[in-house]
Ligand binder design. Structure first.
Ligand SMILES: [Zn+2]
Length: 189
């Protein structure tokens, strides 16, 4: 019954870590365990699309650096300002920390796709990784935001902040095995 929308364009605005520091996907309900009203996603999704179009069209989005809060239970909508956290370990620190991923956690969302997040947000040079990983693995898509490649029959999407999605994994054990292989590629790249 609630939705939040914000356009975050760091360094002009706070980043997501400024707004929701230390958020751990492992402790959040998954789409398997917690439902969501279709109408909520419909309304919020349409507003997100509107804000995204404005970003693309160079029209200042209303929610840039602000949080739009939609309370559908009360039918109340309001906007609050967001602040950059001076001690934010993502947008206020220039050098990325070492690549460290959890050893036990793989968060499965939906059917058989695993989501693996680094322990600390990192910044990857996907261009360089595309070159090094591409020597032994098939690159399916390479942009500045995401690198998608085949890793032993699994489609892996590696995002610039270190998050990875691994498709077609049976269980957490297999997901971790694949993620460890990918992490090895990162350290080699
Ligand atoms: Zn930040």
């Amino acid at each position: 019954m609630e939705g939040n929308v914000s356009v975050l364009q760091s360094p002009e605005t706070p980043c997501l870590e400024c707004v929701l520091p230390g958020l751990d996907d492992a402790n959040l309900p998954t789409c398997d365990t917690r439902g969501v009203l279709g109408a909520t996603t419909g309304i919020v999704g349409a507003i997100q699309a509107m804000e995204a179009v404005k970003v693309l069209a160079d029209i200042e989005p209303h929610s840039k650096g602000k949080l739009m809060i939609f309370d559908f239970a009360q039918s109340e909508f309001r906007t609050i300002p967001l602040k950059i956290r001076p001690d934010c370990n993502v947008c206020q620190i220039k050098k990325p920390s070492a690549v460290a991923y959890p050893t036990k956690l793989a968060w499965l969302c939906g059917s058989n796709t695993a989501n693996v997040n680094p322990e600390n947000p990192i910044s990857l040079d996907l261009n360089a990784l595309s070159e090094s990983i591409g020597r032994e693995h098939t690159i399916l898509l390479a942009t500045s935001m995401v690198l998608v490649f085949d890793y032993e029959g699994h489609e892996v999407s590696l995002f610039s902040k270190g998050r990875m999605l691994i498709k077609d994994v049976r269980d957490e054990t297999q997901a971790l095995e694949v993620s460890r292989g990918v992490i090895k590629l990162l350290s080699e790249g």
